[in-house]
Design a protein around this ligand. Structure first.
Ligand code: SF4
Length: 319
């Protein structure tokens, strides 16, 4: 089921993991307009496509919240448009970018995408709207393997063509593959592609998430092994692979106030079904609270206990 969230819903856009705005205490704001995805990756940490409910936010409503968050956070902000799904599956993506570009506090807009919905025309549109950087999720250059990883129809040649065109258009490009243990060949080929394109590559570690999709017979590597391998590749390919905040112009910044602490007992208005079965969206003091509970009545008032509040993402359990 797709739930469209607009001003009339009264659902706040800060407090949830799956949509809205996330502030992790830097000058970068994560902006998540939709949970919908066009792929079904076999290693997807968010298990896109398997959820009880998907969400899509009305663009003007999202922009209202982004303006308010920017006012609180101050100047030199980076808008990182991303998703637990796919950003280009959001029908109003261009309007969203145009809207953010007009907010004076933002100095840069970055878009994360899996690239499948890119066309040359779309890339020109994204550039014109104000995108300065594209993070492209690409995990293998092998035709068969990339399709297996995507879990559906997938044309790697199209992605490579789009990557080349992004560069041609003067948009900064970053390849962001997931390093799955035993796929060293894939990563080495992607490093060579990044060198050929003259773009950065931000290799990510494969992580097994309790609720995510897991690859069969693949174990997670330790951070020690991961960084050791990156260092080896840095030498082998004469390229910088250990990237940190400074490489992306990210600096620490005061957070938007955290309103609830772990252990707090609060009265919550239940507004909508949650992302997963057994979850509901609740509201308290203009913040979204994910409430864990069964068969909660919509628009009812319940008492819940906050069990997590990391980065202002609130999880509560019905008492
Ligand atoms: S990994 Fe990304 S592109 Fe793949 S299914 Fe998950 S959200 Fe979609």
């Amino acid at each position: 089921m797709l739930v469209k969230i607009n001003r009339n819903s009264g659902i706040p856009l800060i407090g949830a993991i799956q949509f809205g705005i996330i502030d992790r205490g830097t000058n970068l704001l994560q902006i998540r307009p939709t949970t919908v995805c066009n792929l079904k990756c076999s290693f997807c940490s968010t298990r896109a496509g398997d959820h009880e409910t998907d969400f899509e936010i009305e663009v003007d409503y999202l922009l209202d919240w982004i303006k308010e968050a920017a006012r609180i956070k101050g100047d030199n902000l980076i808008a990182f448009i991303e998703s637990v799904g796919e950003t280009l599956a959001y029908p109003k993506i261009i309007d969203l970018i145009i809207g953010i570009k007009k907010i004076k506090e933002f100095k840069e807009i970055i878009l994360m995408t899996n690239g499948i919905l890119l066309t040359k025309e779309k890339i020109r549109e994204l550039k014109k709207a104000g995108v300065g950087k594209i993070n492209l999720s690409i995990h293998s250059l092998d035709f068969k393997r990339s399709k297996e990883l995507a879990g559906c129809e997938y044309n790697i040649l199209h992605i490579i063509e789009m990557a080349e065109y992004i560069k041609e258009q003067g948009i900064e490009l970053i390849l962001t593959p997931v390093y799955i243990p035993n796929n060293e060949k894939d990563i080495e080929e992607l490093i060579m592609l990044s060198k050929k394109l003259g773009c950065k590559i931000g290799i990510q570690k494969y992580e097994i998430h309790r609720t995510g999709r897991k690859l069969k017979n693949v174990k997670e590597m330790t951070y020690y092994t991961f960084y050791k391998k990156l260092k080896e590749w840095e030498k082998k390919f004469d390229i910088k692979l250990l990237l940190n905040r400074r490489d992306f112009d990210i600096e620490k910044r005061a957070r938007i106030e955290t309103l609830f602490q772990k252990g707090d007992k609060i009265r919550v208005e239940v507004k909508e079904k949650g992302w997963w079965k057994g979850q509901f969206l609740g509201i308290k003091n203009n913040r979204l609270i994910t409430v864990i509970g069964e068969n909660l009545g919509l628009n009812s008032l319940i008492t819940a206990k906050i069990i997590d509040n990391k980065d202002g993402i609130y999880i509560a359990k019905k008492l």
